[in-house]
Design a protein around this ligand. Structure first.
Ligand SMILES: [Mn+2]
Length: 392
């Protein structure tokens, strides 16, 4: 990967610092490197004039050298709509081998996180109340979850969420209160009629059986919803309890990161949490990725070329957390240290742009008219029209 190189001059930039950053960036690009010219502060009037005269944009204002989330490779986000069922969420986790789903609303905005422990809520939480969760389940979602079909939906479907599986032949007694409940069975017109008479909210007929036309009419007359499914009763009973939506069990107001947060800060905040994967948002609140602890370890540092300075108190802040790959300067050797060999070019001459002109020549390249203009302007400026003591 051809990594981006940041080229920056010193704080309180003068024309040499700015022109050196722009021209060395140009040289790097012509040598096939991705590079961007930066500055440490506002431009003075002279520099503004030079940039305008030679058709250049203001360099990027970048005053912190630390790596941001946007600099590193993170995972694509796995999203799920808040009105999708728990059953669908399990499927998505299995399909993608991802244990954190980011829950979004109808505008694709983050509203929660759904992990395996959220999905296991009813089993793991002492107060997990399946009936009240199932009372929120829509008829269509129940049918979809058990791979079934809605044969009749009353105008205002509502159940108490209690699921009953009827295996006995006679329902005359009230050992099994079915009123407003969800009643699952296979065959048996008498049982079906009894359940409807008791006020069941929904009949679910399994194993590919069908309600007779007469019984379907009877159900309609009593406002009892009907679902038919091909799958067997055991399987249907096991998964129908996953037909409420993730909105009810997700973690609301989840922790998230912005893509312009520094990795070190991100890692520190992660220390206090146990979530496997966190959403990353851009400034439009769109989810752009998923970041985990391992992304924050051994990430690449930003690469810098320092021009026109080599002193710590002159350079971009947190430079020690970045990687300096080159220094091009005509001042005294400052206090910056590196942990590996770099291209270091310090020449006793009037201007950093003098050295950069040499570097163009060494690479067999001619600066174009605008770059030549910047180089000359910086040399005239830094040497005070060749009158400075440092003029060479
Ligand atoms: Mn200079």
């Amino acid at each position: 990967m051809n990594e981006l190189i940041y080229v920056t001059g010193h704080r309180h930039p003068d024309s040499d610092s700015i022109c050196a950053a722009i021209t060395y960036t140009d040289l790097l690009k012509r040598c096939g490197q991705e590079a961007v010219a930066c500055r440490q502060g506002p431009l003075n009037e002279e520099t503004k004039f030079i940039l305008k005269r030679f058709h250049q944009e203001n360099p990027l204002l970048l005053t912190d050298a630390r790596t941001m989330i946007s600099d590193i490779d993170i995972d694509p986000p796995m999203k799920i709509r808040k009105d999708e069922t728990v059953h669908h969420a399990w499927h998505e986790m299995l399909r993608t081998q991802n244990r954190s789903l980011f829950v979004v609303d109808e505008n694709d905005k983050l509203v929660g996180i759904c992990t395996t422990s959220n999905l296991s809520y009813v089993r793991l939480q002492p107060d997990g109340d399946l009936d009240s969760l199932m009372a929120t389940a829509k008829l269509e979602d129940m049918a979809h979850t058990i791979n079934g079909e809605v044969r009749f939906e009353p105008e205002h479907f509502h159940s108490n969420g209690h699921i009953n599986i009827i295996t006995v032949e006679h329902l005359q007694d009230d050992r099994y209160p079915l009123k407003n409940g969800i009643v699952m069975m296979t065959t048996g017109e008498q049982k079906q009629k009894d359940a409807i008479d008791q006020g069941a909210a929904c009949l679910i007929i399994t194993c590919g059986e069908h309600l007779s036309e007469a019984m379907l009419e009877y159900a309609k007359a009593h406002n009892c919803a009907v679902i038919e499914s091909k799958i067997d009763t055991m399987h249907a009973a096991r998964i129908i309890s996953e037909s409420y939506t993730v909105e009810h069990i997700m973690t609301k107001e989840p922790m998230f990161f912005r893509e312009n947060e520094y990795i070190n800060d991100v890692a520190a905040r992660m220390q206090k949490n146990r979530v496997r994967s966190y959403p990353v948002l851009n400034d439009k609140d769109e989810i752009v990725g998923a970041i985990s602890r391992y992304h924050t370890l051994n990430h690449n540092r930003r690469k810098f070329v320092l021009v026109d300075h080599s002193a710590m108190n002159q350079t971009i802040s947190h430079v020690d957390e970045a990687e300096i790959i080159a220094i091009i300067d005509h001042h005294h050797i400052g206090g910056i240290q590196t942990d590996r060999p770099i291209m270091y070019r310090n020449v006793k001459c009037g201007c950093t742009c003098t050295i950069i002109s040499t570097l163009y020549q060494e690479n067999g390249l001619l600066p174009d008219a605008d770059m030549s203009g910047l180089l000359l302007s910086a040399i005239l400026s830094d040497t005070l029209n060749f009158k400075s003591l440092t003029t060479t």
